[in-house]
Design a protein around this ligand. Sequence first.
Ligand code: ZN
Ligand code: ZN
Ligand code: ZN
Ligand code: ZN
Ligand code: ZN
Ligand code: ZN
Length: 487
Amino acid sequence: MSAESDMEYSDNDGDDYDYYGEQDDCDMEAVDRSKSDPEYFIYSCLKVEEVEKLLNESIELLSNSLQVTPSLAKVMLHAYEWNAQEIINKYKENANEVLVYSRVKPRVASLLQASASRAVCAVCANTPPIHKYSALACGHYFCNDCWAMHFEVQIMQGVSNTIQCMAQDCEVRAPEDFVISHVPKSTLRERYQQFMFKDHVKSHPQLRFCPGPNCQWIFRAWVREGARRVECRGCELLTCFSCGAPHHAPTDCSTIRRWLTKCADDSETANYISAHTKDCPKCQICIEKNGGCNHMQCGACRFDFCWVCLGDWKAHGSEYYECSRYKEDPNLANDSQHAQAREALKKYLHYYERWENHARSLKLEEQTLASLKSRINQKVMAGEGTWIDWQYLWDSARLLKRCRYTLQYTYPFAYYMEVGPRKELFEYQQAQLEAEIENLSWKVERAETTHRGDLENQMDIAEKRRTTLLKDFLELNTNFASSSSKV
Ligand SMILES: [Zn+2]
Ligand SMILES: [Zn+2]
Ligand SMILES: [Zn+2]
Ligand SMILES: [Zn+2]
Ligand SMILES: [Zn+2]
Ligand SMILES: [Zn+2]
């Protein structure tokens, strides 16, 4: 695992590929989809024991090739981001430099006289017998009781790999065996080793803890940037490998951070639009939204309208473009500061409302997914076909979830996009995707009365729209410098 060899890379192909909780998919399907899916990327989801094994392989490799203790190997690996091969090569050239860089040895050789410094402990001023002193490679001797106290304090603060020598301005780090031999309490030693492990994972460029609460799973992949979808085998959380935020394609890592911070800061302002009920635009009766679909039909007057903009749905089909898109005022630059601020708020609320609305739809559609599952089970129990016969219903609801998720994350992307032809293209594709998702949602909510061919056709169209948008806009994100110059 030290070298990022192609062998390892292809080993992971296919079988570790999870897609939105769809681990029940057969491998063939996953491999097939990888070709057409712009978000496809290779990663694995590992248990603690598997990662420990992985780390130990590096430790063993280094300690064998350099003839150093595993403890020292750990200090070096931590300093060199677990690139064992780099350490071995550099060590051959200049061993001293590697040891200094890793803080195994001091930058300037210590001038302390070993015997003189062992007469009295510089920390506690006691004078224990000479064999009760110890020092790191820097030669700063202190009494063992002081070392024990020092380590206890550090471990209690969560420090592990980076515990330093007690001498002032000395940056030499204490290797594991030195710490362990000075810590008498086994509970403290265990705690120390847990912190060590966490720190190792954090310092390893290929590893990331799943950000799920109390989740122990660890992702492994070979990238450092760009929106990279990983799904946890344990808690099923969908996150970005690069930044740990909820997965956010087509939006890139820095933009989603800006957007989430903005939403948190402006939550008061945005609260008023988080309504679960609205009045029918035709008969004014109060309507509660209990499904994910934004194509609403008034139960009283049967009027079809859009939940987001309250426009007539019939006109909406052709003009959906106008619903998702925000029309900026071209005369804005001449307006007063006050008018500009109001305009900025209006723009933000436009995007925020749609972002929020799709998040809510997603939750409601998850309920649809759950109820579909139990209805299929009922059918199968009642002898109305097998699971395979009804699989398409389940697939349609899962596909809807995947499409809706991407759609939600197109809104922060559009919000920060500069006005121009590229934004126009993006908004055009976003509107197309949105229209097909609402059509799909409408059909999924009526899945059992919708013709199977019709539903499958709609699934196809929606997924095509999603992949087209990602193909055109996700790639550019990982390569932001080149993409912005094209605009
Ligand atoms: Zn002491
Ligand atoms: Zn020292
Ligand atoms: Zn997890
Ligand atoms: Zn990210
Ligand atoms: Zn009505
Ligand atoms: Zn609308």
